[in-house]
Design a protein around this ligand. Structure first.
Ligand code: 5A0
Length: 494
């Protein structure tokens, strides 16, 4: 049984955040591969004691990070849970004894059996979106896991059984596994969303499902063991209740993310870098790079390794700019997010990103326009043509997202804030935006590269892409506005 090494035992009982960080350091720096089950049980136990525990004895005044603030976590407690997990996995599959030195690779049947073992030991019915259901501590003490937690448990189970080829694959709203000699096999192992039949055991769709944002055009984050540790650290949830976080848990998550960052394990994991950026914005670590640099690193990671098919890096950055009243920069981030989503077809599985764009279009941008047109605005974005251009690119990306999709995106609820926003820009500001039409050779949204045909006309038609560049010379953008308005309103009459 991989799990416990003497060094681990020596660090028990765990009485401080610092001790938890020491265990992660040891597993990441001095073992062949970190033990996912062990680390998930430990961090789940700590999170549980600080966020779900009953208000225990009056809090000790000592520093929660270094000395004992945590209810002491005994080696025996962790060992019992670890052995229980191992027994469940062992019981589920009869792994042939390792009689050969030949590396054994997992099969689809094995992966499905491990997924069934987890699936069949979950409580019958519980609120799946509740917080703190992501760790093996939750699974082993409460038989509850969220959809990410099930996928993580399957990977940890396969590791415990000796299958080093089974790894976690992550999109921005779903998780599955890759396996086999070249990690080319894929399998669903958990559910997604509400009321959808799970597809466990099936390979990841290549057909129409692959064109939805949910599967990020087959550009998922395929994890190494250390990146699976980064995923479990990202999944740490410091929330105490709807309005407060447990400071010690947020601090633990932030320190573990910096440990993983320094070891290079976040390089190909944009969302983990974004999570670290969010934590740094709340409470910056002295001597560390600023959070806005982290948001930029997340974007360049998505561009470098995932063909710029991920949306969240831009919405991490846009959210930061918005919270810090950097509205022009926020518009640019959201226009860039829209340039990603336009490449996809909208499918019923994409509700999460739909809600993200709905909130930006119908809450955040209207709020900005309200405060900016109150006359006391400092950033006077209503006078800047580039802001108008960013907003048009943002809205146009959503229009194009809808084009060619089986499910409509826009409805009248989008039109009012949209038209209200555009009409806040005076005509002489709008006139400074030049809209250039581009012919599009192919029909596919993914491999189409914009071609500039040189002659500038202002249009929004269903076949051609167009890009917007702010230029001095005037162009009539009323056609464009009417096109957007008529498009949206025609949706209404449809
Ligand atoms: C800009 C935002 C709204 C802020 N937080 C965002 N998150 C996006 C999702 N988060 C994540 N952070 C690290 N890894 C993963 S893997 C995954 C999909 C799940 F099904 F496994 C989600 C996710 C963390 C929080 S996007």
């Amino acid at each position: 049984m991989a799990g416990f090494r003497d060094i681990d035992r020596a660090l028990f009982p765990i009485k401080s955040i610092a001790a938890v960080i020491e265990i992660f350091k040891h597993h990441l720096e001095r073992t062949s591969e970190p033990d996912l089950a062990l680390l998930s049980i430990i961090v789940g136990a700590v999170e549980n004691s600080l966020t779900c525990g009953r208000p225990n004895a009056p809090q000790q005044i000592s520093d929660p990070i270094e000395s004992s603030r945590l209810p002491s976590l005994e080696y025996h407690t962790v060992e019992v849970l670890y052995n229980k997990f191992y027994a469940i996995m062992k019981g589920a599959v009869d792994v042939p004894a390792k009689n050969t030195t030949k590396t054994q690779y997992a099969t689809r049947e094995l992966v499905k059996k491990v997924s069934d073992a987890v699936w069949n030991t979950l409580s019958r019915s519980y609120y799946k979106d509740r917080a703190h259901l992501q760790s093996l501590f939750s699974y082993l003490t409460g038989n509850k896991l969220d959809c990410f937690g099930v996928a993580f448990a399957v990977v940890a189970g396969c590791q415990a059984l000796g299958f080093a080829d089974v790894h976690l694959a992550l999109s921005e709203d779903h998780a599955w596994v890759v396996f086999g000699e070249f990690s080319t096999e894929t399998a669903e192992v958990t559910w997604h969303g509400k009321g959808n039949e799970d597809k466990r055991g099936q390979e990841i769709g290549k057909g129409v499902a692959a064109r939805s944002w949910l599967y990020v055009n087959n550009k998922p984050v395929v994890c190494t063991r250390a990146m699976e540790v980064a995923a479990l650290v990202s999944a740490i949830n410091p929330s105490l209740n709807a309005t407060h976080d447990a400071y010690e848990v947020a601090y633990l998550q932030q320190e573990l993310l910096w440990l993983l960052y320094d070891l290079g394990h976040l390089t190909k994991y944009p969302m983990a870098i974004g999570n670290l950026g969010d934590l740094e914005e709340i409470s910056s670590t002295s001597g560390r790079i600023r959070c806005d640099i982290l948001f930029r690193e997340a974007i360049s990671s998505a561009r470098s390794y995932y063909d710029n098919m991920h949306v969240y890096p831009y919405t991490y950055q846009g959210g930061y700019f918005y919270r810090n009243k950097m509205y022009k920069e926020a518009f640019e981030s959201w226009a860039n997010a829209s340039d990603v989503i336009r490449k996809y077809n909208y499918s019923r599985d994409d509700e999460e990103i739909y809600k993200e764009f709905l909130e930006i279009a119908n809450e955040l941008i209207p709020h900005i326009m309200k405060v900016e047109s109150s006359g006391f605005s400092a950033s006077c974005i209503l006078k800047k043509p580039e802001c108008f251009a960013y907003l048009l690119r943002f809205y146009d990306g959503i229009c194009q997202w809808e084009e060619g999709s089986a499910t409509p995106v826009l409805h009248i609820g989008w039109a009012k804030p949209l038209v209200n926003t555009i009409s806040k820009f005076d005509s002489e500001v709008r006139a400074q935006v030049n809209i250039v039409c581009e012919s599009s050779p192919g029909d596919s949204k993914f491999d189409h590269k914009a071609q500039t045909n040189g002659n500038a006309t202002s249009c929004l038609n269903n076949n051609n892409n167009y890009c917007i560049s702010e230029k001095e010379n005037r162009s009539s953008d009323n056609e464009l506005i009417h096109a957007i308005e008529s498009k949206v309103i025609s949706e209404e009459s449809a």
